[in-house]
Design a protein around this ligand. Structure first.
Ligand code: T1G
Ligand code: NAD
Length: 719
């Protein structure tokens, strides 16, 4: 453990405050913002425990977190240092054995979250008391690692092998009541939610158990099923679930291996096995990618020229114009955040359809146990349908989601400019049109911004917040904060065609079509990207979104196509045949009544014929080339976007692709993945493609520069 020179004792006292109440020592861990087990914290806890042990007036000990939470885990920032030094030190194993060996009963008082090393600390205690709204969990696999301080050894002893395998391999949080039912929590402090009430309940509980012998979790084996066969079956089932839910990941399987070791080996040996697996995972690309994603999601909220103290408009009410595919979902997002929302349409039938879709979405969520009926009814009650702008004046924010037509959107914004109160935020959900042009049609361009939700809006976490040339900092700050309140990952982007996500997606989809036109099978293209880790192959995504959307946009922008530059033709041909994808039950694939996908050899043959007519040579194409053509097309366009300043950082692009385009989190995003591969190699391959496929593959200046300078996208800072 790092040695604290000089004012070590004072620092330790600040990290862990020591108090005594009725013979109970209360140790308060105070390491904002989330009481992570950062440098010095374990030492400070150990010192305070020794003090309590030596204090004859102390009968038992309570450990509690200051502020909003118990311990949210080890300090994730330390992992980067470990990776850089290729040394992950002793970890917290010995520290937790010390806690467990405390001579006096230690009661862990949990509010907020006890995650990762936080739950491991709690389980090293002899008892756990929690507020009813607390959550516990081992989310380490979401960082590409596994619990590294005994979590996989102590949790099965408290909750059983099956529950431990599930919690450690999927990393999902568990509510306090559920944790109580599974023996992880010993007492629920009913009616208490904050630190103060919990403290009182924990001190009272500690007084009760003070006379009882300490119970060391590591010595409890009643839940470790004696029969190996049972544990093997349980772990095998858990592996199947992990492979399905966290496809392509190593850490979830390693976590199950460690839990299985707990059932087979003595505690110390199980700990050693856990450590081996932890170290293996920590030094993996999967872990560096997932930790990049974790901090990325927090970094994108920081806008260099819009500091935290920028004034923001309070948002207490909202309105959505257009109740179609997107408008309905966006209204649900506001309602789910507890914000009353008007939903305006121009057609009564469209409004009825929109409301019916919202109702059935809530009904499905109730059926799947995501919401209670009461919750769904409360949400529905927050959505007020309307056919006029009458009640728009008092609303704080309006999101327009009408047809993708500039003329119509300008008409709507002119109306909004007239009816809405002066400080309302006027947002457009456009996916391709210029925010500046839309704003130009109003008297208050500073209040106009793009809020580009992704379909289905009530599900997809990504929100591209599009800053126009006139958009004020207040409007930007208000929308960035609103995105968090709506449960979205808000990423600020500039106003270029297709913004960031769709602009990059265009060359990605272009290459997918070209590959089919050059002889790759439709299934092979989708399989290669699916196995790379994409949630869905590019041609299946096209069928889901509707081939006609892209077709209409291509037709509207034909005049922008450079003469002599190759353009894909297959999808246009499919649309001319009326094959728009799932919505017409035929596109690149056929679809049955249940929308199950069926390969259609007839289409493959048709495309081959069209390609021959165009003199496109047919050839065998490897999965590697398919992946490189599609992903490097993303990266090359991403480099242009960074260089042009339409994205603030490479991590912003990664966060967009991880949360809006099904890019595999364990690869960190297209820009991070390119850095892992090495920009020199990526650049050389792009140059190969340019030599073979021409102008479409002209390399981005920034990619060339960084490759030649031996730098990474992570190093890039827009000057
Ligand atoms: N380490 C370092 N920084 C952390 C952190 C952590 N564990 N958790 C949060 N932060 C920072 C975060 O970057 C942000 O910083 C600020 O705190 C507020 O976070 C040994 C190996 C607890 C549910 O995976 O899930 O233990 O941006 O914006 O929305 O086996 O943070 O303000 O500069 O997320 O209220 C396992 C990770 C670690 C939990 C709070 N633990 N954290 O959410 O705030 S591995 C985790 C969270 C481990 C052991 C292993 C959430 C939260 P900044 P925030 P929030
Ligand atoms: P949609 O055709 O499903 O719905 C548009 C709705 O707007 C229709 O119900 C129509 O009746 C209504 N409308 C038209 N004029 C109106 C007016 N003056 N007042 C009130 N309502 C009016 O379209 P959609 O797919 O929901 O797209 C809406 C917007 O969102 C477009 O700008 C689109 O580019 C964008 N977008 C769509 C998606 C997607 O996947 N569909 C994703 C992101 C963004």
């Amino acid at each position: 453990m790092p040695r604290f020179e000089g004012h070590r004792a004072q620092l330790m006292a600040e990290l862990v405050r020591y108090a005594k109440e009725d013979g109970i020592a209360v140790l308060t861990i105070d390491n904002p913002p989330v009481n992570a087990l950062g440098p010095g914290v374990a030492e400070a806890i150990t010192a305070a425990l020794s003090r309590a042990e030596d204090d004859i007036d102390v009968r038992a000990i309570v450990v509690i977190g200051a502020g909003k939470t118990f311990v949210a885990g080890a300090d994730i920032k330390e992992f980067a240092k470990m990776r850089a030094s290729r040394d992950c030190g002793p970890g917290h194993t010995a520290f937790l054995l010390r806690v467990e060996d405390c001579a006096k009963p230690v009661v862990m008082a949990i509010h907020g979250t006890a995650f990762g090393g936080g739950l491991e600390l709690a389980m090293a205690g002899h008892y756990r008391v929690a507020t009813t709204d607390a959550q516990v969990g081992q989310p380490e696999v979401k960082l590409g690692i596994i619990p590294g301080a005994g979590g996989t050894q102590r949790l099965p002893r408290l909750a059983g092998v099956a529950r431990a395998a599930e919690m450690c391999s999927l990393g999902e949080p568990v509510k306090a009541r559920d944790a109580f039912d599974h023996g992880i929590i010993d007492k629920l402090a009913d009616g208490s939610s904050g630190e103060a009430e919990l403290r009182a309940a924990a001190v009272a509980f500690a007084s009760e158990v003070a006379r009882q012998p300490v119970r060391k979790t590591r010595e409890r084996s009643e839940k470790l099923n004696a029969a190996d066969a049972d544990n093997a079956a349980i772990c095998a089932a858990a592996r199947d679930v992990a492979r399905r839910k966290l496809r392509g990941r190593r850490a979830p399987l390693a976590a199950i291996d460690a839990v299985e070791a707990a059932a087979k080996l003595p505690f110390e040996k199980g700990l050693a096995r856990e450590r081996e697996l932890f170290v293996e995972c920590l030094f993996s690309d999967e872990s560096s990618a997932l930790i990049h994603a974790f901090f990325g999601e927090r970094e994108v909220a920081k806008i260099p020229d819009v500091p935290k103290e920028t004034p923001m408009r309070p948002i207490h009410s909202a309105a959505v114009v257009g109740a179609g595919t997107m408008g309905g979902g966006i209204a649900m997002v506001f309602a789910n955040a507890g914000i009353p929302v008007l939903l305006k349409e121009s057609e009564q039938a469209a409004l009825d359809r929109g409301l019916a879709t919202i109702r059935s979405n809530y009904a499905n969520s109730v059926k799947r146990g995501r919401f209670t009926q009461e919750y769904a009814d409360q949400r529905m009650a927050l959505i007020t349908p309307t056919m006029s702008y009458d009640n728009f004046t008092p609303v704080d924010v309006v999101v327009e989601a009408v047809f993708e037509s500039m003329a119509l959107k300008k008409e709507v914004f002119a109306e909004l400019s007239r009816v809405c109160k002066p400080d309302a935020v006027l947002a457009s959900n456009t996916s391709t049109l210029s925010i500046d042009e839309i704003a130009g049609g109003t008297t208050r361009p500073e209040a106009v911004i793009g809020t580009h939700f992704f379909s289905p809006a009530n599900v997809m976490r990504l929100l591209e917040v599009v800053r126009g040339a006139a958009t004020s900092k207040e409007t930007v700050a208000t929308c960035m904060q609103l995105s968090k309140r709506l449960g979205k990952v808000g990423v600020l982007v500039g106003n270029c065609r297709g913004f960031v996500g769709n602009r990059m997606f265009h060359p990605y989809r272009r290459e997918a079509q070209f590959l089919v036109e050059e002889g790759a099978s439709i299934e092979a293209v989708d399989r290669a990207l699916f196995e790379f880790g994409m949630a869905m192959g590019p041609l299946s995504v096209a069928d889901l979104a509707g081939l006609d959307i892209g077709w209409r946009i291509r037709k509207e922008h034909r005049h922008l196509e450079k003469p002599g530059v190759r353009q894909p033709f297959a999808e246009d041909r499919l649309c001319e045949m009326g094959r728009y994808g799932q919505k017409t039950r035929a596109g690149w694939y056929r679809y049955d009544e249940q929308r199950r996908q069926i390969p259609d050899p007839e289409i493959a043959e048709l495309v081959r014929g069209w390609s021959r007519e165009k003199g496109i040579e047919q050839r065998e194409i490897s999965s590697q080339e398919i992946v490189e053509r599609c992903i490097y097309a993303l990266v090359n366009e991403g480099a242009r976007i960074l260089d042009e300043g339409f994205a603030l950082r490479a991590v912003d692009i990664d966060t967009i692709y991880l949360n809006g385009y099904g890019f595999p989190a364990h690869r960190g995003g297209p820009m991070f993945w390119a850095d892992l591969v090495g920009l020199k190699q990526v650049y050389e391959r792009v140059c190969d493609f340019e030599r073979t496929h021409g102008e479409n593959w002209r390399s981005a200046t920034l990619l060339r520069r960084l490759a030649e300078e031996g730098k990474t996208f992570a190093d890039f800072k827009k000057s």
